[in-house]
Design a protein around this ligand. Structure first.
Ligand code: FEO
Length: 386
């Protein structure tokens, strides 16, 4: 294992999680990485660490450059354990190091670790000189935890952005010009949809602050480092955080005997005839975190379930719980579903959609198998309301 040079005296020393497939419920088909950065200057500085089970990998990469006991500062941009889990290992190797973090970072780290560590608490606008170079700090609370901050090095024009601009990709290439851009952007979009989306207002503020910085490299803590396509990822974040929508509808459903599915198809036909880009997802075959990726720019969200034992199907309830947590803003919705002898699911879905802040434009149920006439009614009803 080796350290990879970003520029003179600055190295990527992170851990690659090749086999990760589940990140607290988010399906990570491409694995992930936890990027840590080592800066060799008068004060040797490590920016972030890695998950606890990759601590040896982190220490081994650092050791190819310097004895880890020589680390003076460990900047903790974010408490969450994918970036701080091996902090105790680093502090054991470098007992005289000082942890540099935000006020909430100090509280969070002390709540996680019992070690009697030296802390230096920083806030927005503070600068830490480490020799020829310096680090400026910008607190970015709730992007996506209260402790989040980013660190900017003006001398090299590098923004160490932690979770922001990250992607769950395991790769031995570390730069955005060494990996297919469409995959990086797709994974960045999935990351935004599943992690950052509820905090879009805070992202807008952070983007405004970042626009004052001269940035040549964005070094996130997951996935590829941006050095060539910075304007693309900043533009995407601007778009995703604005809550703007496009003429797009996403229809999500589960089905027992294909009746709810027939209704989903009728709704798809309505949206298509109205010129909408329409996507259809059966929850039996699609993971909720993959579906969320498509909601970022969707104007309409349609959710369907048959009634099963006086309830919606568990798969739909799970999806709606996840959706409610992420609650994209300014969306319109439809609820639909079939039933045998008691229609319960549609009302329940409607309730979830309303609680998620969506404008419910209509709902449709159908007893047993929807007739051709009922499907035409649903199609006409949707077309009338969009
Ligand atoms: Fe990658 Fe919020 O941790």
């Amino acid at each position: 294992m080796k350290a990879i040079k970003l520029c003179d005296d600055i190295f990527w020393v992170g851990g690659i999680d090749w086999d990760l497939r589940n990140f607290h419920g988010y399906l990570t088909q491409r694995g992930s990485s936890y990027n840590a950065y080592l800066i060799i200057d008068e004060k040797v500085t490590l920016i972030d660490t890695v998950k606890y089970y990759l601590a040896d990998e982190l220490l081994e990469r650092i050791s190819t450059v310097i004895d880890p006991s020589g680390i003076d500062y460990v900047v903790s941009n974010h408490v969450e354990m994918d970036h701080s889990g091996s902090l105790p290992h680093i502090m054991k190797a470098a007992p005289n190091a000082t942890i540099v973090t935000s006020p909430n970072g100090e509280k969070g780290l002390k709540a996680h670790f019992l070690g009697d560590y030296n802390y230096k608490v920083v806030k927005t606008g503070d600068t830490l000189s480490i020799g020829k170079r310096s680090l400026q700090f910008l607190l970015t609370p709730m992007v996506h935890w209260p402790d989040n901050m980013v660190s900017y090095m003006p001398e090299e024009k590098i923004l160490f952005s932690n979770d922001a601009f990250g992607q769950h990709i395991a790769s031995s290439e570390i730069f955005d010009d060494e990996f297919p851009l469409d995959i990086i952007l797709e994974e960045a979009r999935k990351y935004y949809a599943n992690i950052v989306l509820p905090y879009s207002a805070q992202v807008q503020k952070a983007l405004e602050a970042a626009s004052q910085l001269d940035i040549e490299t964005i070094a996130p803590s997951h996935g590829l480092i941006w050095r060539k396509h910075i304007s693309e990822i900043l533009g995407e974040y601007q778009k995703w955080s604005s809550n703007a929508t496009e003429k797009k509808a996403v229809i999500v459903y589960d089905t027992m005997w294909h009746s709810t599915e027939k209704m989903a198809f009728a709704m798809r036909d309505a949206f298509e005839e109205k010129g909408y880009n329409t996507m259809l997802f059966n929850l039996q075959n699609n993971h909720i975190s993959d579906i969320m990726t498509h909601f970022i720019l969707a104007e309409y969200i349609c959710v369907g379930s048959p009634t099963l034992n006086k309830n919606m199907m568990p798969s739909v309830a799970s999806f709606l719980t996840y959706l409610k947590g992420l609650s994209p803003k300014s969306r319109k919705a439809f609820a639909f579903g079939s039933y045998g002898w008691g229609s319960m699911s549609v009302k329940q879905i409607e309730g979830y959609l309303e609680d998620s802040g969506f404008e419910v434009k209509g709902s449709f149920d159908s007893k047993y198998i929807p007739s051709r006439e009922r499907l035409e009614e649903i199609k006409a009803g949707v077309k009338e309301k969009i």
